[in-house]
Design a protein around this ligand. Structure first.
Ligand SMILES: [Zn+2]
Length: 466
């Protein structure tokens, strides 16, 4: 087997083809495992030879990293965490000893913003960048993207690799690219103006952004369904595209279908978890591109299909800064689904719906913010945004208050009679209790109370003192 694989630069399937790579996408899973093992063997061997970090990291590994015999042996290599990357990059700035190519061969430098600690740096070589484009084009083909489409990338162009990854995939596929960006003052108004004139057929951003775009368009007198021409949207960065009520809301608002995507920036090609044009929520795991294991959050041991756990990701064709068995810290459930697309990949059936660190425990019950979002968006009076306020009094359990906006029609009467909203509040409280199994406090707020975002919404307000 040739490793790293070489792909033809000009290939695109015929327009009526479902698959970019029929053989890889419809392989029987057992056969795919052999293909993945062959790639991982080379990947791990390569990293072990070329990276001082992995030489040290695998020093006491119970298996031989230079010659893995099975996926079971692979699963005995230690798990890599964000902390490991931070520490290594601090000691050996800027890339750590992860870099397996000479620094002058780096084609792109990306990284995390470092909002929760020291930023991490990714050096990506030219050949890797081309393979990222190839992988994303292949996955976007499955999402329904075709060369005649115009893709509006409505996410910030910065260190953040999400927008660039979307762009390079759409470019490789041969679509018309409209790298609009986001985040500047007044840019969402301009996005409305531009998309009602250029009429892009596809949008990339976050689910929050799509909802904000619709709200802005309505304020400007446009109808998102009539005046835009979106055929589909693909999203990353937030769980919304697999939250059923959010998904339906976006689809109905724009009259299009939506596709959930995204693993982590560190794992670019981050589209390796992605829905297809048929899948109604959830993401297929394109295992031959980035290999995903599901592990138990405590024991870190592998979990069979059907179980909920933490996805652990591995590059299979990365030469510049390979990430092997990278702990995502996310929570998801995987299983086989009978998708009309016919792909034989396992699927994160409800997308990525939480983070191990963000898990809210209320009276012994695990509560995921995405579940609360689903309930709220199913309520007729819901005003579009919400916040989750977490508090803990000394020696007490966590207390969760859901602050939910309600539509102005419902709120207007409050000035005359504050108790008029009580039945609405009770309805919200009841629906949340049924969905998450415990009672939480609900406060109602007028629509527009909470800031809208062009990027990822920050909905948890943690007032706990630890
Ligand atoms: Zn599918």
């Amino acid at each position: 087997m040739e490793w790293p694989p070489r792909y033809s630069e000009n290939f695109t399937p015929n327009l009526d083809q479902e698959y970019w790579s029929p053989e890889l996408e419809t392989m029987p899973p057992a056969e795919r495992d052999k293909h993945i093992l062959a790639k991982l063997k080379r990947q791990v061997h390569y990293a072990f030879e070329n990276s001082g970090f992995y030489q040290e990291f695998y020093k006491d590994a119970p298996v031989d990293p230079a010659n893995l015999a099975s996926l079971e042996e692979f699963a005995q290599l230690p798990i890599l965490t964000k902390e490991d990357i931070r520490r290594e990059q601090e000691e050996h700035p800027p890339y750590g000893r992860f870099l397996c190519v000479p620094p002058e061969d780096i084609f792109r430098v990306h990284g995390t913003s470092g909002t929760t600690g020291r930023p991490t740096v990714f050096g990506i070589g030219k050949e890797d960048w081309d393979r990222i484009g190839e992988a994303h084009a292949r996955i976007l083909w499955g999402a329904g993207l075709r060369p005649e489409d115009t893709v509006m990338v409505a996410a910030v162009f910065s260190l953040y690799v999400g927008s660039w990854g979307a762009l390079v995939g759409a470019e490789r596929l041969g679509a018309t690219c409209f790298p609009f960006g986001s985040g500047a003052p007044g840019q969402t108004e301009r996005a409305v103006e531009w998309s009602t004139t250029v009429k892009p057929s596809v949008l990339y951003g976050t689910p929050s952004y799509a909802l904000y775009l619709a709200e802005t368009a309505r304020q400007m007198g446009f109808d998102p369904k009539e005046d835009f021409g979106f055929r589909f949207m693909f999203f990353s960065g937030e769980p919304g595209a697999s939250v059923p009520a959010t998904r339906r809301l976006i689809e109905e608002t724009f009259g299009c279908y939506i596709v959930d995507q995204g693993t982590m920036a560190e794992m670019t090609p981050w589209m390796s978890a992605s829905g297809c044009r048929h899948l109604d929520g959830g993401m297929h795991l394109w295992q031959d591109i980035v290999y995903t294991e599901m592990v138990d959050p405590q024991s870190k041991l592998g979990l069979p299909l059907g179980e909920e756990g933490v996805p652990v990701y591995s590059h299979t064709e990365r030469t510049s800064q390979p990430m092997i068995r990278y702990w995502s810290g996310d929570i998801a459930r995987w299983d086989m689904v009978d998708c009309p697309c016919g792909r034989t990949y396992p699927t994160l059936v409800a997308g990525i719906y939480g983070r191990v660190d963000d898990m809210i425990i209320v009276r012994g019950q695990n509560v995921f913010p995405s579940r609360i979002e689903d309930v709220l968006r199913g309520m007729d009076e819901f005003g579009g945004e919400f916040r989750l306020v977490l508090e803990r009094e000394t020696g007490q359990m966590d207390r969760l208050t859901v602050q939910a906006e309600v539509l102005n029609e419902a709120f207007a009467s409050r000035e005359f009679d504050p108790s008029a909203l009580e039945p609405v509040r009770e309805r919200f409280t009841g629906a949340l209790r049924r969905a998450i199994g415990v009672s939480v406090a609900v406060e109602l707020k007028p629509a527009g109370e909470f800031e809208r975002t062009q990027f990822k919404a920050r909905r948890i307000i943690d007032l706990r003192t630890h």
